[in-house]
Design a protein around this ligand. Structure first.
Ligand SMILES: [Fe+2]
Ligand SMILES: [Fe+2]
Length: 245
C-alpha cells in the first residue's frame, strides 16, 4: 500500500505508470521525487492528498492483479465446467426419483423439484452461452487492445460491456431466486420420505451446486465485471486521446 510518507521516487520506480497520476494531480514527481508524497504535494499546494493516495493505490492494485483473460479462463475451467457436468447429472438423478414416485398421489414435491431444476438448467445454459460467446470475448478483446501499442480500433468496442454486464447481473439475481425455490422444493421432497436413497444423495449435491453458484456469481460481480467496466472506460479514454492528437 502506498502511504503519504513514501518517497515519490520509490513509488515511480516500482510502478512507472503512476507518473501519469502525479502529473494529473500536478505534483512534481521529477523535482520532488526524492521527498515524501506528502511533502511534495504540500510544496505543490495540493489540497486533496487523500484523493491522490486513493488514485495511486487503485492503480497499483490494478497493476498487481491477474490479467482478466486469466480470470475468465479460471471461471470457465472451474465454475462453468462444473455446471456443465453437474447439472445433467442432477437432472438424471431427479428423473430416477420421479420415476420411483410415479403413481404415488403424494409425489407432487418430487415433480416440482424436477421442474425447478429443469428451469434453472435452462436459465444457466443460456447465461453461460452469453458469457462465453459475447461478454468474455469482448473483455478479452478490450484487454488485448489496451495492452497493445498505438491507437485502439473503435470496432473492438462492438456493443460494449456495460449492457451485457447489466443483463448478467439481472440473470444472477434470477439464479439466486431459483436456488431459493429449489431449497424449499427439496425440503418438501424430504418431508414425504419417498425414495430416501436418492433424496439423501440429492441434498449434498444441491448444497454444493448452490455454494459453487454463489461463489461463481461473487467472483464475477465483485472482481471480473467491475474490472471489465473499468477496462472499457480506459479503452474509450485512450481512443479519445488518440483522436485529440
Ligand atoms: Fe459465469
Ligand atoms: Fe455469470
Amino acid at each position: 500500500m502506498i502511504t503519504r510518507d513514501q518517497t515519490i521516487n520509490k513509488v515511480t520506480h516500482r510502478y512507472p505508470d503512476t507518473i501519469e497520476i502525479f502529473n494529473r494531480f500536478k505534483v512534481d514527481a521529477c523535482c520532488g521525487g526524492a521527498h515524501s508524497i506528502a511533502d511534495t504535494a504540500a510544496a505543490n499546494r495540493l489540497e486533496d492528498l487523500t484523493s491522490l493516495l486513493h488514485a495511486l493505490n487503485r492503480e497499483t492494485r490494478r497493476l498487481g492483479e491477474k490479467p482478466l483473460s486469466q480470470v475468465i479462463q479460471e471461471v470457465e475451467s472451474t465454475h462453468h465446467a462444473y455446471l456443465k457436468q453437474e447439472i445433467p447429472a442432477l437432472k438424471a438423478l431427479l428423473a430416477r426419483l420421479v420415476q420411483e414416485a410415479e403413481g404415488d398421489p403424494t409425489a407432487a414435491p418430487a415433480f416440482e423439484l424436477q421442474q425447478d431444476l429443469s428451469d434453472l438448467a435452462t436459465e444457466i445454459n443460456e447465461h453461460l452461452y452469453k458469457e462465453e460467446r459475447i461478454l468474455f470475448p469482448a473483455i478479452r478483446r478490450l484487454e488485448e487492445a489496451l495492452g497493445a501499442e498505438g491507437p485502439i480500433d473503435m470496432s473492438i468496442l462492438g456493443c460494449g460491456t456495460h449492457g451485457p454486464i447489466a443483463q448478467m447481473h439481472f440473470e444472477h439475481e434470477e439464479v439466486r431466486g431459483w436456488l431459493e425455490r429449489i431449497r424449499g422444493a427439496l425440503e418438501a421432497v424430504e418431508a414425504t420420505g419417498q425414495a430416501a436413497q436418492e433424496t439423501a444423495s440429492l441434498r449434498p449435491r444441491l448444497e454444493l451446486l448452490q455454494d459453487d453458484l454463489l461463489e461463481h456469481i461473487r467472483a464475477e460481480e465483485e472482481d471480473l465485471f467491475p474490472r471489465a467496466l473499468d477496462l472499457e472506460n480506459r479503452a474509450i479514454e485512450k481512443m479519445r486521446q488518440s483522436f485529440e492528437t
